[in-house]
Design a protein around this ligand. Structure first.
Ligand code: DLL
Length: 441
């Protein structure tokens, strides 16, 4: 279902007028109230009244993660901290977290976009919704919680982790829709399997999965193992949290960006110029309705492309591709750009393997080495008589096959290690870190 049809199916021309009006207001507000932003605009020689068309967006300076760090904790707010209704924070790469604040009006907008996400993921008012995103400073849990309440779902606020209890609640409360990270969805699938619970025996039908990168191959695994339709939800704290975009169940092919609230651009991160629709680059967002913390041209570090083609679901909002990687988790190995998701796309789905893998990058003197560990599945272990040691001819053959696949996709040779089922780290409820770059340590 479409939660807000008057917005989500608005003709593009009308939408652009709305966006322009909101953009003008937001730039004005930030310029008047945030000394940091005023200084940035002054330096760039732009004043709010210069924004006459949507194309003038390109004249505004970018905002970056480092700007949050430099103004920690409240320097980017348009209101005194005493006027906030809530504060969230996400872990920064170094030391201090990235802090984001919301007024009560912001919380209403946030609930609205999260309600839209749930509706486009298959939820109907009255459905039981198991919310397995972490509650707390992380935006996932509370963001989805209020969206779900707004749309009339029956919320089970279980938060992340505690798989035993998750399963009991899935069985006893009969959630039809679940929200969690894709890696945690796999953890749940495995736990159900280990207890001999057939997914078909549960009322669970839909998954709203995101907060970390995943691939189509991973979607296939999750859908098959949990017996659900899984869609991708995207968002980030600096822009609002979950609810920036969400796939529709009709197409499951790109997440509609809620463009009445968030203006999207894709730029080439080197030249900082906008790229064409369909071309891959860095996602940049400008918030159009946020009060406490409007962000202007926030460079997300997330790599994706935009698709303006009409969608079967009827929404007129552009769709963004999956996040193909990040400008900063992009590994450069022997001069070649490598994204962990490329490894996932190459190996997940190989019949003998399970979807659990880890990348370790090391440097022997001057040469970078990429080690990819991936688990074989139970079937393969059984086929070897249950004694997986890594030395059999079949193991050698499979290793070589994986190496060749990786070479084909990455263009570099990786060392592949097949490991027995259950040996690699699992998501314990939140985002899973799949890359260990020992070159930096
Ligand atoms: O992860 C918000 C969120 C919660 C999104 C629940 C979806 C569901 P942060 O902790 O600030 O916020 O992390 C934001 O996570 O810049 C991306 O790199 C990554 N990310 C979020 N969603 C996706 C996704 C939340 N669907 C950062 N695919 C973003 C790939 C994602 N990466």
């Amino acid at each position: 279902m479409i939660w807000a049809p008057e917005m989500e199916t608005m003709p593009r021309k009308e939408l652009q007028l709305l966006q322009l009006r909101r953009l003008q207001q937001v730039v004005q507000r930030a310029y008047e109230r945030v000394p940091f932003t005023r200084q940035r605009l002054d330096q760039a020689g732009v004043r709010p009244e210069h924004i006459k068309t949507l194309d003038d967006l390109g004249r505004l300076p970018f905002t970056r993660k480092s700007d949050f760090r430099d103004t920690y904790p409240f320097g980017l707010l348009t209101v005194p901290a005493s006027q906030l209704a809530r504060i969230h924070a996400s872990s920064g790469t170094t030391g201090k977290p990235t802090v984001v604040g919301y007024t009560s009006s912001d919380l209403r907008v946030w609930a609205e976009v999260c309600a839209r996400c749930l509706a486009s993921s298959g939820a109907q008012p009255g459905d039981v919704f198991q919310n397995a995103y972490g509650y707390g400073l992380f935006t996932g849990g509370l963001g989805m919680h209020y969206g779900a309440e707004l749309m009339g779902l029956v919320v089970v606020p279980v938060s992340g982790g505690n798989t035993e209890r998750q399963i009991m609640l899935l069985q006893d409360f009969g959630a039809k829709i679940i929200a969690c990270t894709p890696s945690y969805a796999l953890t749940l699938a495995e736990a159900l399997d280990a207890r001999g619970i057939r997914p078909g025996s549960l009322p669970l039908r839909y998954g709203v999965l995101g907060a970390e990168p995943w691939t189509e191959a991973m979607r296939d695994e999750i859908e098959r193992k949990l017996g659900i339709t899984a869609v991708n939800i995207y968002g980030l704290s600096e822009v609002i949290g979950p609810g920036v975009s969400n796939e529709c169940i009709e197409e499951q092919n790109g997440a509609h960006i809620f463009e009445d609230h968030f203006l999207a651009e894709v730029i080439n991160p080197r030249t900082e110029k906008a790229v064409e629709f369909g071309e891959v680059g860095e996602l940049v967002f400008t918030t159009l309705t946020k009060e406490a913390l409007p962000v202007i041209r926030y460079c997300t570090g997330d790599i994706a492309s935009l698709d303006p083609n009409p969608c079967r679901c009827g929404r007129t909002f552009v769709r963004m591709s999956r996040i193909m990687g990040r400008t900063d988790d992009m590994l450069i190995i022997r001069g070649v750009n490598v994204y962990p998701t490329q490894v996932e796309a190459a190996l997940v789905g190989v019949a003998e393997l399970s979807p659990h893998y880890q990348l370790v990058v090391t440097r022997q003197r001057t040469l970078d080495e990429l080690d990819v560990s991936i688990e074989v599945n139970e079937g393969f272990t059984k086929h070897l008589g249950g004694t997986f040691t890594g030395e059999e001819a079949e193991v050698q053959e499979l290793t070589t096959r994986c190496q060749q696949k990786l070479l084909g996709v990455l263009g570099i040779t990786a060392r592949v290690t097949l490991v027995p089922p259950g040996k690699l780290p699992r998501s314990e409820g939140g985002k899973l870190r799949r890359v260990v770059d020992q070159r930096k340590l």
